[in-house]
Design a binder for this molecule. Sequence first.
Ligand SMILES: [Ca+2]
Length: 505
Amino acid sequence: MVLMTLGGAASGEGVSRLAREAPPAPSSARSAGSTTRSEAPKTGLHLGLETRNRGSRPGPPNIIWFMADDLGYGTVGAYGQRRIRTPHVDRLAREGMRFTSAYAGGPVCLPSRCSLMTGRHLGRAACRNNGAQYHLLDADVTVAERLKAAGYATGLFGKWGLGVEDTPGRPDRQGFDEWAGQLDQVHAHFQYPYWIWDNGRRVPLPQNERGGRGAYVTDWVQRRALDFVRRHADRPFFLYAACTLPHVELVVPDDSERPYRGLFPREAVLDPRPGYLGSEDGITTFAGMVGRMDRYVGELLALLRDLNLEQDTLVIFTSDNGPLNGGKDQAWTRLSDYFGARGPFRGYKGELYEGGIRVPFIARLPGRIPAGSTADYPVAFWDFLPTACSLAGVPVGTETDGVSYAAFDPQHDPAPGRALYWEAPASSGSGVARQAVRQGHWKLHRSMSRGLELYDLAGDPAESRDLAADHPVVAARLLGLLDRLHTAPRPYPARPTSGIRQFVR
Ligand SMILES: [Ca+2]
C-alpha cells in the first residue's frame, strides 16, 4: 500500500511544485458547446416549473451542497461510524437517500472540486492537481453559472481552491453572487487565520493574532452560510457550503472536544510543518471536529425547518476525498484507522483505490426522494452539474462527462455500464502517475509504480486480489478506456505557492 505523507503529493496543497511542461492545448475539451456567461434561461426552465409544484413554494428546489473536507466514507454514523456521533448527518440519511457507491471527482481537494463545479471527470477537467497555479478560466462553465442562468441566487461559503483574487477563477467570475471564505487552499488549512475573504474584501480577524483563538474560522463561515439561506428564502438558491472540517489543522474549540475527552487512547497527532497546529490528544480532537461539522449540518436543517423550506430544498451531504494518512510518525494513519475512516476500502486521500475516492453521499428532498432509501449504483461529482441543471430546468449548456441522477430512483441506475475515470499527475508535475477506471463491478488501475491491477469490486471491495492475469480480456477492455478517457491537461504557468505567514501571525 502506498502511504502518503503530509508533505507528499497526496495532500501537499502547500508544497511547491515544479513548473509543468507545457503540452499543446487540448483542441477538443472546450471548443464547442460552451455557453456564454450571460445566457438566459431557455425553455427548460418552464419544463422544470411544470414538474415541480410539490412543496410549499412552486418552482425548482433550492440546492444545498454541504461538503466536508477529507472526511472518509466510514467517518459518519450513517456509514458505520460508532465512535463519533453524527446525529444530523444520520438524520439526513433516515429522511433521504444514502448512496453507497458515490465517488469524489478526485483523490485530493482541488481536482475534486474542479470536477464538481465543471461536470468533467479528471481526464478532461481543467485542474487535475493541487497547486497554486491551477484555476478556472472564463471559458469554463460551472454549475453555479448554470443555476444563476436558471434564476438561482448562488452562494459559496468556505474553501474554493479554483482561483485566487487575481485570476478568472475567482468565484464571482464563476457564477457565485456571494462568497466568503478561503480562495487559496493553503489559507484553508488554518482554523485561526488573521483574515478571511468576504465578497472580495479582506475581513480582519484580529482576535486570531499573536496566537489568539478568538474566531474558529469554520464557525465564521457557517454563520455567513446561514445568513445567505435566510436572505434568499423567497427564491431558488444554490448554497455551496464547502466546510473545511475535518481537514488539518487538527484543532477545535473546547465545547466540541469535551464530550469525547477521555474516551479514546491519547495520542499526539502533530503537524511537521512549522507553525501548523496539531493536537496532543489528536483522536479526541478529530472526533470533536467531525462533531462540529455535524452540528453545522444540524443548524442548516433547523433553519430550513424554521423557514418552512424543507420540502423545497435538496440537501446533499458529502466529502471531497478520502481520509488523511501519513503525517508525523504516521499518526494520521493510526487516527484514521482508529475510526475506520475509510470504511471497508483500501487506500487513503491521494490514492485511486476506493478509500481515496469513495465518499459518503446523502441526498434529501422530502416528497421527491424516498426516505430511508439506499442506492448502490455509482454516482460521481461530475454528475452534479447535469443533475442540478435538470432540477433547475435549464439545459446543461456545456460539455459534461456526467449524467443526471435527478430521478433519485433507488433502484434505477441512470447510466448502466458507463465508465468512471480518475487520474493523478506525477509528483514532478509532468505526466500521469496513476489512472483508474470503473465499469460495472470491474476496476482497473494503471500506475507507473505497479503497472496494471484489476479488481472485482462486487466480491472484493477492498481491492485486495489483483485479477489482471486471470481476466486479460476484461483488463484489455478497461485499458482501452484508460487511453480514451484521458486528454492532455491544460497548461498553466508556474505560480508561487502561498505560505503560513500570509494567513497566520
Ligand atoms: Ca480534501
